[in-house]
Design a binder for this molecule. Structure first.
Ligand code: CA
Length: 251
């Protein structure tokens, strides 16, 4: 096993293959992103967590962590607060705005104010250094057991909560009934939120092999989705048309 080295890229550290957008498979090892810049901690942690049955990715900076999160589906982020390129709390805030991936904040005992801020920002739990591996593993397991915690297949976009695996959508907590293709279209956009998906790709994904599907059919589905998901379908805030190209889901 290669030792975790904070100077190397997360992909190299991971030795992991990219997983698709869905959540952890049954029986799969939970994947933990360890964001930590002290090599002594990182190595001991990676070793200990692997023995406990976790897959471990490492990132020594906020930039590495963002790169790893863009590339890999992680089930939990263990987040040190004091990092060379900024505060882990900023990443915590970003994660809460865009994903449900749970965060455990790691703070130095002298910086307990970070714990308070971290929890206010939506961290699931915290540990203070120095901590025992056994204590950390117990906290990780506890957080992963929480309902929805491991559910990387959920996408929160504004007031929308999209469960890709369960194929359900809630708007402000209220279930929204969608047709199969309406959901497929929303899921395609949600999996690539913030990115433009071309009309061709939408048609391909939704009506593969169906000759009759045309661009008007797609527009009809977009219109129906907006009616169900937008406050003002004429001024959509989530399902955005990118003229001449396709659609984008914003939140
Ligand atoms: Ca640190």
């Amino acid at each position: 096993m290669a030792p975790l080295d904070a100077d190397r890229s997360p992909a190299v550290l991971a030795g992991a293959t990219s997983r698709s957008g869905s959540g952890p498979e049954e029986g799969a090892q939970p994947r933990i992103l360890v964001v930590e810049d002290e090599p002594g901690y990182v190595e001991a942690l990676a070793l200990g967590l692997r023995v406990e049955g976790f897959e471990v990715l490492g990132a020594g900076t906020l930039a590495d962590a963002r790169a790893a999160l863009a590339q890999f589906t992680c089930d939990l982020v263990l987040l040190d607060v004091m990092l060379p390129d900024g505060s882990g709390l900023d990443l915590c805030r970003e994660l809460r705005a865009t994903t449900r991936t749970p965060v455990i904040v790691v703070s130095a005992r002298s910086q307990e104010v970070d714990v308070v801020v971290g929890l206010e920002l939506g961290a699931a739990d915290y540990v203070t250094k120095p901590y025992r591996l056994r204590e950390l593993v117990a906290r990780i397991r506890s957080v992963l057991r929480r309902p929805g915690a491991t559910d990387a297949s959920r996408v929160a976009v504004g007031d929308l909560d999209i469960d890709l695996e369960g194929r359900s959508v809630r708007r402000d907590g209220v279930p929204v009934v969608l047709s199969r293709r309406e959901f497929d279209l929303l899921a395609l956009l949600a999996e690539h939120r913030g990115q433009v998906i071309t009309r061709e790709r939408c048609l391909d994904a939704l009506w593969w092999g169906v000759d009759l599907a045309d661009t008007r059919t797609l527009d009809t589905h977009v219109k129906r989705l907006r009616a169900k998901l937008e406050d003002d379908p004429a001024q959509p805030q989530h399902l955005i048309t990118v003229r001449g190209v396709g659609f984008r889901l914003d939140g």
